[in-house]
Design a protein around this ligand. Structure first.
Ligand code: NAD
Ligand code: MG
Length: 419
């Protein structure tokens, strides 16, 4: 595996390998996909399908969809398949009878899947539930393509410090961070002025505040450009996704909040840009297709042939840009506040959002209530003053649990309060 890459920010700060080391390019790789049945999982399996001779599947995991997991495990001859729902082990074993795939169930089996010796791991479980499995891959020094932003936001700095200590490479798979990953190699840390992550603005980009407040689940699930899982699609509508991504960029690349800007770009063609001291701005472009950043992570440090459509800028005609609106989309403001507060505040931001999104999906709060619940939970936590740095997964998970409980207890008052 290509672990000898030069690290831009130094071992202690970042495990993102910002200079390619072509000499270290490897032959066939073994890969594991955590969250194989989801939207990112699907894109990853599609890329693997197109390059069967270059990759061997070690382990695949899913939450509860036995049928989809078993189908993939059979197709790719996976050595291990793990389902998070412990009650489904029998079903999984039946579905994989006659194959050589070992089966496991429960959280420990998902962690075991990550710990098994694959060179490359796609971390695409959704939510903070992905933290322990991602850490299991990190701790054995694997190359980890990180799609799951919530686990990084939940774990804060220690995730990257642990990766650097273990010699793991974190390959940013989120499209904006993958764009930054590609663009950052054009200069040095001292030459960096800022990074810019783009945002489509989501389905409510032009909506009045009162309409955003009342938006339905169906409206929130209609993303203009990207086809993604349910939670991230709702996060995109509230711009909580961009908030999570600002925090993600800060932890991944060891950037201060002032070094990270958000730019609304409704066409989602430019994914991220880096401005250097000479005022050169280096950008990465591509069609809005997650297979592009995933292919970059899968091929890294080389590039593979991807199946995505060629970018036709003449056909697109116009690329437009707007400043983000922090008033109509308070989620973005709250992300910067959480990042500036530090020491667990981003964990609280993520946990409260996971509760808020579930409550919105369950019809317990209005769309506008999502950001209000996050703000109320964050403020309560800041007032509580219990802020020591997170140094372990247990620390992060304990803050996550406290925040979830607090958010759940605040739900009734958020449900009653319209903006
Ligand atoms: P998804 O809901 O489509 O898929 C999630 C996957 O995780 C599924 O395989 C599911 O079975 C599994 N899973 C869910 N809960 C689990 C649990 N508790 N334990 C074990 N497995 C569990 O989500 P997605 O859209 O593929 O997103 C996955 C992650 O990637 C998220 O963190 C998201 O923010 C991030 N991401 C997604 C996209 C995208 O285009 N979909 C883009 C950038 C980043
Ligand atoms: Mg993104």
């Amino acid at each position: 595996m290509a672990s000898a890459a030069v690290l831009w920010f130094g071992e202690a700060m970042s495990a993102v390998p910002l200079r390619n080391n072509k000499a270290a390019a490897s032959a066939a790789r073994s890969v594991t996909v955590l969250g194989a049945t989801g939207s990112i999982g699907d894109s990853t399996m599609d890329l693997l399908r197109g390059a069967r001779d270059r990759y061997r599947v070690e382990a695949l995991t899913a939450n509860s969809n036995v049928e989809a997991l078993a189908k993939l495990a059979r197709e790719f001859g996976a050595r291990f398949a793990a389902i998070a729902d412990p009650a489904r082990l029998g079903e999984l074993k039946d579905a994989l009878a006659g194959t050589r795939t070992e089966c496991g169930a429960g959280e420990s089996a998902i962690i075991e899947a990550a710990a098994r010796p694959a060179d490359w791991v796609m971390a695409a479980v959704s939510g903070a539930a992905g933290l322990k499995p991602a850490l299991a891959a990190v701790d054995r020094g694997a190359a980890v393509a990180l799609a799951n932003k919530e686990c990084l936001v939940c774990a804060g700095d220690f995730f990257m410090q642990r990766a650097a200590k273990a010699g793991a490479c974190i390959l940013p798979a989120d499209s904006e961070h993958n764009a930054l990953f590609q663009a950052l190699s054009s200069g040095n840390r001292e030459e960096l002025m800022r990074v810019i992550i783009t945002a489509s603005g989501g389905p409510f980009r032009t909506w009045a505040p009162a309409d955003i407040e009342q938006a339905t689940l169906e409206q929130a699930l209609k993303h203009p450009n990207w086809s993604m899982g349910r939670k991230i699609t709702i996060d995109s509508a509230s711009m909580m996704n961009k908030g999570l991504e600002v925090i993600e960029a800060s932890y991944l690349f060891a950037l201060t909040p002032d070094e990270i800007d958000v730019l609304v770009h409704p066409q989602s063609i430019i994914h991220g840009m880096v401005e250097f001291s000479d005022r050169s701005v280096v950008a990465q472009l591509g069609t809005p297709d997650m297979r592009i950043p995933i292919a970059h992570c899968l091929g890294w440090p080389d590039r593979i042939v991807g199946p995505s459509a060629k970018l036709d800028l003449a056909k697109i005609g116009q690329l437009t840009f707007e400043a983000p609106d922090f008033e109509r989309f308070p989620a973005l403001r709250l992300a910067y506040e959480a990042l500036r507060t530090g020491r667990g505040a981003t964990t609280v931001y993520n946990a409260a959002n996971e509760i808020a999104v579930s409550a919105f999906v369950a019809g317990q709060i209005r769309f506008g209530g999502i950001a209000r619940l996050v703000e109320a939970t964050l403020n309560d936590w800041i007032r509580g003053g219990n802020r020591s740095p997170l140094t372990s997964a247990d620390d992060a998970i304990s803050v996550d649990h406290v925040a979830r409980n607090k958010a759940a207890s605040l739900l009734p008052q958020i449900a009653l309060k319209a903006s």
